[in-house]
Design a binder for this molecule. Structure first.
Ligand code: PEP
Ligand code: MG
Length: 588
């Protein structure tokens, strides 16, 4: 007999809509701390080979921990020592311990695969530790989980596919989704997500927009109010989630979803026409890319090039560093697919909310202000050189530009150029073919100090890309991924606008190209302002290109410049927003 599920209360929760569109689907509550492993039964004849596979995974883990320990040894002071002790403890956990014995007997007795055996054994250890009510042991639980994850990763020989066995139309609900987790979402099965934490321009939000997944972040108390299997609506346009919607609400949101998709399809026809203002000024619209899987969307949107390839994807969801050859192979498809259109490759921007502990294993006490981006590259020159060499090598396939993140001083750029020159010489000696001319070397303007020193930077740089996300964060001292201050994060603050204007003018005076590649560039509401300030090149999530192009084709530069000048005399962000809205309303 079929059991009827009692209808649940329809609940509506507010958050911050960070990627537009509407998803209607089934909830999958994701626990970031949980172990994800394939599970299946094995034949008796496979017990030996499964135990061998496990022994190899343990050996690999020992080697990885050894490498980490050597790196930790080079860290200054107590941090290196502490990390060394921790890694010793990890190695002990793996040498003939209860964990190893337990996994082997599970494989033999329960006849399950090694990944499942690890997962169950770790689960039992965690339960035993939790029952001891000892704060020291409670602290070790994270370590045990970490070891389990490492073993499972070694067994599957791939990043943990946390979202690999989901059905179609799944909505991920979780406390927090890291950019690396977001990179694992498959838009074929996942149709949207909602989280308790996060800000509008956090990297997770940016990835949601790039993948075209409706998303709402900062929904307080969300995970306590839903269970896997519930029906949910994520309205990324209005910033709401509706849990267990009633029939009427479901019908309404399905219609809104259909309208949204129809509108998006209609806009996509604009890809055939150029971005030209009514008074004939041509604007170049490029795409930002976080993952090579976005190539099709980038081409479909009619991007004229890639204005920002965030190379963090090369380093995500793995615990070793890719060498030069591997980086070439990972970037090659992007440059090839762009087929002669320029690709701006940004060197690694680890740190902040991205790949926090990639190198050295130590998390900075204040990651946004710590050893991130270019600082990290200059501190780990071998890593930087491998990346520069790989970029130079893909530059033979198609035109590339090299972009340095988070430059703060001209010295950093000078130092980076010196390293680039050395890499060029080394590749020459290895007789590796190089692009001729060599790729331009540009800088992100995303630190207030860099904007204020834009004249000096323009003297050394081949081009500027203005990163308004970090520029807003650092100018206003507001963490871009913190939902508790998200309402204060406002790129229309006059201080931010003045820094943008100043940088644009410095680039024009020096005669170097300048673009905006932060999220402001993809917001059609702000297009008249950016063009009025003098920008003729914008780079954005490819999903935004049609909307921005439509706005460009509606406006005249003459009128936009006049309005921008008036706006720049204002000091109140709300009034600036109102002036922009007036202008946009007159265009539509
Ligand atoms: C920015 O800061 O505006 C930017 C484009 O870089 P990211 O968002 O990757 O920090
Ligand atoms: Mg940035």
């Amino acid at each position: 007999m079929k059991t009827e599920r009692a209808p649940r209360d329809c609940r509506r929760l507010d958050g911050l809509g960070v990627a537009p569109g509407i998803a209607v689907g089934t909830v999958h509550v994701h626990d970031a701390g949980a172990l994800h492993a394939p599970e299946y039964r094995i034949a008796a004849s496979r017990i030996d080979s499964e135990q061998r596979r496990f022994a190899e995974a343990v050996q690999a883990a020992m080697r990885q921990l050894g490498t980490l320990k050597r790196r930790a040894g080079k860290l200054p002071g107590a941090a290196g020592e502490e990390l060394g002790y921790l890694l010793d403890a990890y190695q002990q956990m793996l040498s003939g311990s209860r964990l190893v014995r337990g996994v082997n007997s599970r494989i033999a007795e329960q006849r399950i695969n090694a990944e499942a055996a690890v997962k169950h054994e770790i689960g039992e250890l965690l339960t035993a530790f939790a029952a001891m009510e000892d704060s020291y042991l409670a602290g070790r639980m994270a370590d045990i989980r970490d070891i389990g994850q490492r073993l499972i990763r070694n067994l599957t020989k791939a990043p943990v596919r946390a979202f690999s066995s989901l059905g179609r139309n799944t909505v991920i609900v979780t406390e927090d989704l890291s950019p690396a987790d977001t990179a694992l979402l498959d838009p074929e099965t996942v149709c949207g997500f909602a989280t308790e934490t996060g800000g509008a321009d956090s990297h997770t939000a940016i990835m949601a927009r790039s993948l075209g997944l409706p998303a709402v972040v900062g929904v307080q108390g969300l995970t306590g109010q839903v269970s896997s299997g519930d029906t949910i609506v994520v309205d990324g346009t209005a910033g709401q989630v509706i849990i267990n919607p009633d029939a009427e609400a479901l019908c309404l949101y399905r219609k809104r979803r259909a309208d949204f998709l129809r509108h998006r399809r209609a806009l996509s026809r604009l890809r055939e026409v150029p971005a030209v203002t009514r008074d004939g000024v041509r604007v170049h619209l490029n795409a930002n890319m976080e993952l090579p899987t976005e190539i099709d969307a980038t081409l479909y949107a009619g991007a004229e090039g890639v204005g920002l390839l965030r190379s963090e994807f090369l380093f995500m969801n793995r615990d070793d560093l890719p060498d030069e050859d591997e980086q070439v192979e990972l970037m090659r498809p992007v440059v090839e697919a762009m087929n002669g259109r320029p690709v701006t490759i940004r060197t690694l921007d680890a740190g902040g909310d991205k790949l926090g502990s990639l190198v050295g294993g130590r998390i900075s006490p204040n990651p946004a202000l710590g050893l991130r981006a270019i600082r990290l590259s200059l501190a780990h020159v071998d890593l930087f050189e491998a990346q520069l060499a790989a970029i130079l090598r893909v530059g033979v396939i198609g035109p590339v530009r090299i972009l340095l993140p988070m430059i703060g001083t001209p010295e950093e750029l000078v130092q980076a150029r010196r390293i680039l020159d050395q890499v060029v010489r080394r590749l020459h000696r290895r007789r590796v073919p190089l692009p001729d001319p060599l790729p331009p070397l540009g800088v992100m303007i995303e630190v207030p100090g860099a904007a204020l020193a834009a004249d000096a930077l323009a003297y050394h740089a081949d081009f500027f890309a203005i990163g308004t996300n970090d520029l807003t964060q650092y100018t206003l001292a507001i963490d871009r991924s913190d939902d508790t201050v998200a309402h204060l994060y406002n790129p229309l603050h006059p201080a931010v606008l003045r820094l943008i204007q100043f940088s644009c003018e410095a680039a024009h005076r020096a005669g170097i190209p300048v673009s905006v590649c932060g999220e402001m560039a993809g917001d059609p509401r702000l297009t008249p302002l950016l063009l009025g300030l003098g920008f003729r090149e914008l780079s954005m999530s490819s999903t935004n290109i049609p909307r921005v192009k439509q706005r460009i084709r509606q406006m005249s530069i003459h009128e936009a410049s006049r309005r921008a000048m008036a706006i720049m005399t204002e000091w109140d962000a709300a009034r600036i927003g109102a002036l922009l809205d007036d202008f946009n309303a007159a265009l539509a």
